[in-house]
Design a protein. Structure first.
Ligand code: NAD
Length: 481
């Protein structure tokens, strides 16, 4: 299905236009390796124009809307997203290489973000603060101004929904820089916002290379807040660039998220979560569970059952809608296979397979389950960002917590156990932005604050927390005697 808009344009002030340089970049289908279109190669000139349009929107029609009116626009946008489910899912599947069913789930999540933040826009309130006699003190939550949003290729729709959705709800004007590897649905989102009736300049989208458009956005003096999702290395650059303008950043970076399986766990319930949380989107998920920690008494049993599940997994083209698709690019495949080369033959416990009909030009990697590694092995420490999970045994709760907390990351963790006391102890002790008890991921959870500690980043998106992050708190103190 061909996109209904020109993919090689940028979206500024409510209009589609070529980028200043007129240059374009190829967009590749990871399932085949073939080119599926061209996107604009935006540069600093385009980012300047986008920030200017956003500023004008804030002092124009967009800035004059009430919170309820902004919420209504977001809700309408959510309805339009749902009405375009088939087209958006096909676009995301083709562009990112994720199985169609997973791409459809991302469309629904984007619609949910629009609905959630649409409904929340007029429910963010300040406080009145008891103070000295003769004073009335209250707080106001105000828009920050122009917000910059830099998103990666793995979940474009979900990440746009959680960051741009919340920023718009709070009345900011947004400049979005999608990833050069996959940005069709970001462009579609802009066009749907136009159809929904967002005033010109409320949302501007400039595709381009990270080192060009991305760097220009994160260092732009007209931006009041940068929301970045991506790798740790780029996160550092973005934070340093924003620091020069003394501007806050939200960093959503990677992880090496553990699931802790105790001997008293309900394994039948746990098993699908243990495997799928590692293989969803071919492991290219920031919150992928890439470490499975198992109490030694049941280590062999869990290993056998996960191995059986792995042997049944098939990587195939996104539109074939099998267990997993290809990786995003030849470069990502090289990184993942480079990691796998570090594992000894005996450490590869089980492997899935690549479908025999998968095109040779696609970037497929069969899923691999690893065991027999020390917790400080590179494969158990570093984010691989591919369909690879590592099994690690532990003897008691103390050791489980120490291994779980023993990486520089801290994004998500889960505990599988029927012991309520242990659940509570570990929920407090595990270093992570989200802890799940007898589940993993809670199905995405638009409503649930999300973000990391350590190298997984800082700041929170999703839920109401994002609305606080995308607003500025003002205290008003009136002395009236
Ligand atoms: P990346 O950091 O290379 O790119 C992410 C975005 O940053 C892209 O839009 C890119 O164009 C842009 N960018 C690149 N260089 C830039 C620069 N110098 N200045 C400003 N922007 C720049 O990451 P990636 O390879 O696209 O994604 C993989 C990584 O992202 C993984 O480590 C993964 O864990 C992480 N990730 C985290 C989350 C999360 O929510 N925590 C979600 C998705 C991905």
């Amino acid at each position: 299905m061909k996109p209904w808009f020109d993919t090689d344009k940028i979206f500024i002030a409510g209009r589609w236009m070529p980028c200043a340089s007129n240059a374009t970049l190829p967009l590749q289908d990871p399932s085949t390796g073939g080119e599926i279109g061209r996107i604009a190669r935006g540069t600093s000139e385009d980012i300047d124009a986008a920030v200017e349009a956003a500023r004008a929107a804030l002092s124009g029609d967009w800035g004059r809307l009430t919170a309820a009116e902004r919420g209504r626009l977001l809700s309408r946008l959510g309805t339009l997203v749902l009405e375009h489910t088939d087209a958006l899912a096909e676009m995301e599947a083709t562009d990112v290489g994720k199985p169609l069913t997973q791409a459809r789930a991302d469309v629904i999540a984007l619609a949910r973000y629009c609905e959630f933040y649409g409904g929340a826009a007029d429910k963010v309130m300040g406080e009145t603060i008891p103070y000295l006699d003769g004073y009335t003190v209250y707080t106001l939550r105000e828009p920050i101004g122009v917000t910059g949003h830099i998103v990666p290729w793995n979940y474009p729709m979900q990440i746009i929904g959680r960051s741009v959705g919340a920023a718009l709800a709070m009345g900011n004007a947004c400049v979005l820089k999608p990833a050069e590897e996959a940005c069709l649905t970001a462009l579609a989102f802009a066009d749907l916002a136009r159809m929904a009736g967002f005033p010109p300049g409320a949302l501007n989208v400039v595709p381009g290379l990270g080192a060009e458009a991305g760097a220009a956005l994160s260092s732009h003096p007209g931006i009041g807040h940068v929301s970045f999702t991506g790798s740790v290395g780029t996160g550092r650059l973005v934070q340093a660039a924003a620091a020069r303008n003394v501007v806050p950043v939200t960093l959503e970076l990677g992880g090496k998220s553990p699931q802790l399986v105790f001997a008293d766990a309900d394994l039948d319930a746990a098993l699908p979560f243990l495997v799928n949380a590692g293989l969803q989107n071919a492991g290219q998920t920031c919150s992928a569970s890439s470490r499975i920690l198992v109490e030694r008494r049941r280590f062999e049993e869990v290993t056998d059952r996960m191995a059986a599940a792995y042997r049944a997994k098939v990587a195939a083209p996104a539109m074939a809608d099998r267990d997993l698709g290809p990786l995003i690019s030849a470069r990502q495949k090289e990184i993942v296979t480079g990691y796998l080369d570090l594992a000894g033959q005996g450490q590869r416990v089980a492997e899935g397979r690549i479908d025999e009909d998968a095109p040779g030009g696609g970037h497929y990697v069969a899923p691999v389950l690893l065991a027999g590694l020390a917790p400080d092995d590179r494969l158990a420490q570093e984010e691989i960002f591919g369909p690879v999970q590592v099994l690690l045994p532990f003897d008691d709760e103390e050791e489980a917590a120490s291994i779980a907390n023993g990486t520089p990351y801290g994004l998500v963790a889960s505990v599988w156990s029927c012991d309520g006391g242990r659940q509570m102890r570990l929920a407090k002790r595990l270093r992570a932005g989200q802890v799940f008890l007898n589940n993993y991921g809670a199905g995405g959870g638009v409503e649930l604050p999300f973000g990391g500690t350590g190298h997984s980043g800082h700041g929170r998106e999703k839920g109401f927390e994002a609305l606080y992050g995308f607003s500025s708190l003002k205290t008003v103190a009136a002395r009236h005697g």
